[in-house]
Design a protein around this ligand. Sequence first.
Ligand code: ZN
Length: 423
Amino acid sequence: MIDPDKVGADLVVRGAGRLVTCDPERDGALGVIERGALAAREGSVVWCGPEVELAGAVTVAPDAIEIDGEGAAVLPGLVDCHTHLVFAGERLEEFAARMRGERYDTGGVRVTTTATRAASTETLHALARARLDRFLSFGVTTVEAKSGYGLTVEHERRLLEVAATLAHPVEVVRTFMGAHVVPAEYENDRDGYVTLVAEGMLPGIGSLAEFCDVWIDEGAFTPAQARTILRAARDQGLSVKVHAEQLSRSGGAAVAAEFGAVSAEHLEHATEEDAAALARARTVAVLLPGASLMTKSPVAPARMLIDAGVRVAISTDFNPGSSYSENLPLAASLACAHLGMSVEEAILGITRHAAAAVARERTHGLLTAGSRADFIVLDASHEAEIAAHYGAASIRAVVKDGKIRRGGQRGRTPGIRSRIQPA
Ligand code: ZN
């Protein structure tokens, strides 16, 4: 633990009209501090509190970066906990066909897989970095990225290696998803592909990914096939995630609970029984309202999950087919308008609960001593702006690891007195 009194804070925020800490130790759903201030050192928050207490609590280094919130709301950097970040190719004709009335199914993943295998590693890097730029513009400072458009030993490794070497301010958490769908060449030997994932791909993946995800659904994998893969994943030291109950009720939520999964994701067809099992297992529900909207499918039963005691996270499901958007605040808008969530629940869904879905709830998605200095300054006085101003990116500045990544250029962004240029 850094002692700010000895070394001095190197980043200070004053004048936050509402400092939304999302700290469960503070009062209220979002732990809001009015007229708040924050101090950080070497990328970590060292102090949060009312601005009047700042001078007595923290020494500020003479060359510290000073941000004047000018009364705006300041929130933790947003966490997008379910994306398919690294891929090549387009699915625009599929989108057009869907809008003419064709149904969404698992087949499009194979289209992207063909394009991704054919792309150079440099192209995959460039595409993923451009997407991270867009995520950052929407206030997202941490992104989970699933592999799953390679579907061979070599190509799945390559996607995770790309995700590991993006060298971008946005932090990328890697999930192995060789069990996204069965590739075309294994169509007549689906169990053979399960064996390939469990025995061919997973050994050695432990250094490249933290999580293993499996899509349990019609056209994807059965619960029995998923168990084989998830056991192999656990043997490699990976934590478990499950794409569950998206297109049909297929038993994914029960498998997630059985394996003590960090998260069960989608859940459009989850039942009360599923909700109770997830609550008992402390598994986070990751809901993806953009995917429901854009595939004209049922929405997930958010209220039922919350009432059962499940923590609910909200994500874009960024991917080229069912949900092609990096706009996480828009997903929060949809969570409010279509999933029946309150603004406070939606904000927790893209901050602290999303961090829990990537096993980072003590350091990410909240602002407290010891957390990462990841935060956003809104262009508004109240945090509801993030959901109410739907589709907009009303974010004045984004700070990741204590450095200003967007905003901060003198004269361009009111209220930011940065002594450094943005990284
Ligand atoms: Zn997904």
